[in-house]
Ligand binder design. Structure first.
Ligand SMILES: [Fe+2]
Length: 371
């Protein structure tokens, strides 16, 4: 199998937003795209122009909301787009910086790859998506009934900037679900058929750091995440570097559909489906690369004699990233077969990265175990 690996944006790390502003000489010729709450907490003194995501969209972005953002951005003059936020904001920014007059539907059409009209800096304020280093934008298309992702060559930022301070006010639930998403990226890509020695290295470092962080939360309480901010930002960035080279797999495929059907945030949806999918993988092929992950879990989390390492992972996630049963999101047992078919129909782009193939029956079993 052929191999290709790249880290596209330059990476930078700063303790504070002020240090970033100075080092990158932010001026009124820049456009900061962010959320009001983040602006008020960290960027009140910025000389840059500002555009607020919340003026267009309450939750995760739909194609309709992004079309409105495109109309607004095309009226503004700026040299660099500096996006500061969670995955939704960074994903929108990749499209907003494109040199095109097309709508989202037009941009997502096969073969459409416009260039960039401005510099692009992506600054994450959660520790999960890793999308500051990927070129993919994921939007919800309510008319299709699923989230769809597309990679734009020009979607890679010039600079990805990690700023510890921006994690200092993160709500616990956002921290928990976003870091779990980073863990899912690293776990899925480590097992993907297209993984390489390079993605393996980034994935293993990310998995170990996040599991160690979660163990510290169990042992010392939730306040410990502030001390570990840099470790989480780095781990999610490393998982993102892997994700920029190899796509995630079945957990993401199932989460993409479920998240769209029940309006569940991305990190919460991927965290939901991680344990049952990995238990099926471990059952089907325990001696492949998943054995490396099993050993890492034994090492960091600990597993009782004869216990299943993925039960131990499930228990750790239940303690650190609590979630609900699928019925509480509005799914019924009768939906399982139809949902599984829909995942197979719309998410082949991700399903080809599975550790072992998942049949419609396997996917239906994943749902039934979480009902
Ligand atoms: Fe993800």
């Amino acid at each position: 199998m052929t191999m290709k690996f790249a880290v596209r944006p330059q990476l930078h790390g700063y303790d504070t937003f002020a240090a970033f502003t100075e080092a990158h000489t932010v001026t009124e010729r820049d456009l900061i795209f962010t959320q009001r709450v983040l602006h008020d907490a960290f960027m009140k003194d910025t000389p840059a122009q500002t555009l607020f995501y919340d003026d267009f969209c309450g939750g995760e972005p739909t194609d309709v909301a992004v079309d409105e953002m495109l109309r607004a951005v095309r009226k503004l003059g700026f040299e660099r787009l500096i996006a500061i936020g969670g995955g939704s904001i960074l994903d929108c920014a990749k499209v907003l910086a494109l040199d095109s007059d097309k709508t989202v539907a037009g941009l997502f059409a096969a073969g459409v790859q416009p260039g960039r009209k401005a510099g692009l800096l992506l600054i994450p304020t959660t520790c999960g998506t890793g999308c500051e280093v990927t070129c993919v934008s994921v939007f919800d298309f309510p008319s299709i009934g699923s989230k769809i992702g597309k990679g734009f060559d020009a979607g890679f930022a010039d600079h990805a900037v990690l700023i510890d301070e921006l994690l200092s006010k993160i709500p616990y639930h956002v921290f928990a679900t976003s870091s779990a998403d980073a863990l899912v990226h690293a776990l899925e890509i480590y097992l993907a058929p297209r993984a390489s020695a390079y993605t393996d290295m980034f994935c293993m470092a990310a998995i170990r750091a996040i599991l160690q962080g979660y163990m510290r939360i169990v042992q010392h309480g939730r306040d410990v995440i502030q001390q570990d901010a840099k470790a989480y930002l780095t781990a999610s960035n490393m998982a993102g570097i892997a994700l920029a080279n190899v796509l995630a797999g079945g957990v993401h495929a199932i989460a993409m559909h479920f998240g769209s059907a029940h309006h569940v945030p991305h990190g919460e949806a991927t965290r939901l489906f991680l344990p049952p999918v990995f238990k099926i993988y471990y059952e089907k092929a325990p001696d492949g690369k998943i054995a490396d992950i099993a050993r890492l879990i034994e090492d960091v989390v600990g597993v009782s004699d004869g216990g299943n390492p993925f039960d131990a992972l499930d228990a750790l996630l239940a303690a650190v990233v609590p979630t609900r049963r699928l019925g509480e999101y509005g799914m019924t047992a009768g939906d399982a077969g139809r949902y599984a078919d829909k995942v197979i129909e719309t998410q082949q782009r991700l399903l080809v990265n599975n550790y072992v193939p998942l049949s419609a029956q396997d996917i239906a079993r994943v749902y039934s175990e979480l009902m």
